[in-house]
Design a protein around this ligand. Structure first.
Ligand SMILES: [Zn+2]
Length: 398
């Protein structure tokens, strides 16, 4: 799916309307901070953040089974479940029996997310992040929730046929007040498959403009995207992943952070935004391959355990060797970036390709989280989508 190009005049009008203030997070004269990254934020960087995870339980799970229930706090927290292979929440109930997540009801629930669950949760590949509630109606408030975890076969997404172990972790997250500004910090990686790779600026103007446009869409939710640093990286291209198999993304993470201390990002909460070449996603069940314009490894994504990938990945060319690079306009790049950032922060498609709707009350499909964001007349996030996004534990509150 290709975005329809926007005219330069239209982009210019929009860009002027947005105002230069939106660009305040990006510097015109970047300064180098390491051998491979260029800092692009003019303001002094906040102290790098490490998110603390409390291990609540290490639980064995028999083949084809679910874990014993674990009592977890219910409000102002994020859950993380780690395993070898793939993981999902099987069920989540409060003490009065109110269902947040119900066990799979049909085969359709054995997919990348549970479709019939009152609160949607998505499959974790090695590591799953869960920030709830994700759907309307909001469940009744409670102090505790009983969670059962399930291991899934990463190839079929069905219950794992081998026994294993899961680690269930909880992290406290800040509850912002209404109107409190929240910042998503990002690091941008541009690979050789992107048209921006050879541009002399650390952040090419079209990328800066796309970020400004995304910020105009985030502003009604008092959110903004701020790029901390950027780098070029020669990497695997095509970037081939399968549903449930992200090893190419994990290798890309290792490569992008190879020059950082300890080989990892200095801050747990920075979102890697990768302007890649070809993105190829294989479905081992249907044997079909797709070349999405963007992908995010989980909904929400972020704060993974060791050996798991996160981030936002954007296509730069088709996978056919003769495919030209995509000459992104700022507006079309912004639509893909805004859409994928919505997934990263916890928002599902408002309308799926098959016409299926999401579980938020105020979405009609005429928003950025339509499965085809290029088809929307007036791109925006709804209030419900922005409310979900404001729960993500990677946000920095001002
Ligand atoms: Zn999407």
């Amino acid at each position: 799916m290709l975005h329809s190009p926007r005219t330069p005049a239209r982009i210019a009008r929009r860009y002027v309307a947005l105002g230069l203030a939106l660009l305040a997070g990006c510097s015109a004269s970047p300064r180098a901070t390491s051998e491979c990254w260029t800092q692009v934020q003019t303001a002094a960087l906040p102290v790098p953040r490490a998110i603390a995870w409390n291990a609540i339980a290490d639980l064995p799970i028999a083949a084809q089974a679910t874990s014993e229930p674990v009592l977890l706090p219910a409000s102002d927290v994020a859950y993380r479940i780690r395993t070898t292979g793939c993981v999902q929440i099987d069920s989540l109930y409060d003490a009065l029996g109110h269902a947040w997540v119900t066990p799979p009801a049909t085969l359709a629930d054995y997919d990348l997310y549970c479709k019939s669950c009152p609160q949607r949760v998505s499959l974790g590949v090695q590591s799953g992040l869960y920030v709830l509630p994700s759907s309307d109606p909001q469940p009744p408030s409670t102090t505790g929730l009983f969670l059962r975890a399930a291991r899934r076969d990463c190839g079929t997404l069905l219950p794992s046929s081998s026994p294993g172990q899961v680690r269930i972790e909880v992290s406290q997250r800040t509850r912002p007040s209404d109107g409190q500004p929240g910042i998503v910090q990002a690091e941008i990686v541009i690979t050789q498959g992107s048209i921006f790779f050879d541009h002399p600026d650390a952040l090419p103007p079209a990328v800066e403009q796309a970020i400004a446009i995304v910020n105009s869409w985030l502003a009604p939710g008092w959110l903004s995207l701020r790029v901390v640093r950027a780098r070029r990286l020669t990497s695997e291209d095509p970037l081939r992943i399968e549903r449930g198999e992200h090893s190419a993304l994990v290798r890309l993470h290792s490569a992008m952070h190879a020059c950082d201390p300890d080989g990892r990002s200095p801050d747990d909460t920075w979102v890697p935004i990768v302007l890649a070449g070809c993105l190829s996603v294989a479905n081992t069940i249907t044997q079909r391959k797709s070349e999405p314009e963007g992908l995010t490894p989980g909904i929400p994504s972020g704060l993974p355990g060791e050996g798991a990938a996160h981030g936002v990945y954007i296509k730069g060319r088709g996978c056919d060797a003769s495919s030209p690079m995509i000459d992104w306009t700022a507006e079309s790049l912004a639509r893909v970036l805004g859409h994928e950032l919505g997934h990263y922060l916890g928002v599902y498609h408002s309308v799926e390709i098959d016409g299926g709707a999401d579980a938020l009350d105020d979405t009609q499909g005429d928003d950025l989280m339509h499965a085809r964001p290029s088809s929307i007349a007036d791109p925006r996030f709804t209030a419900g989508q922005l409310r979900v996004m404001r729960q993500h534990p990677a946000l920095m509150w001002q």
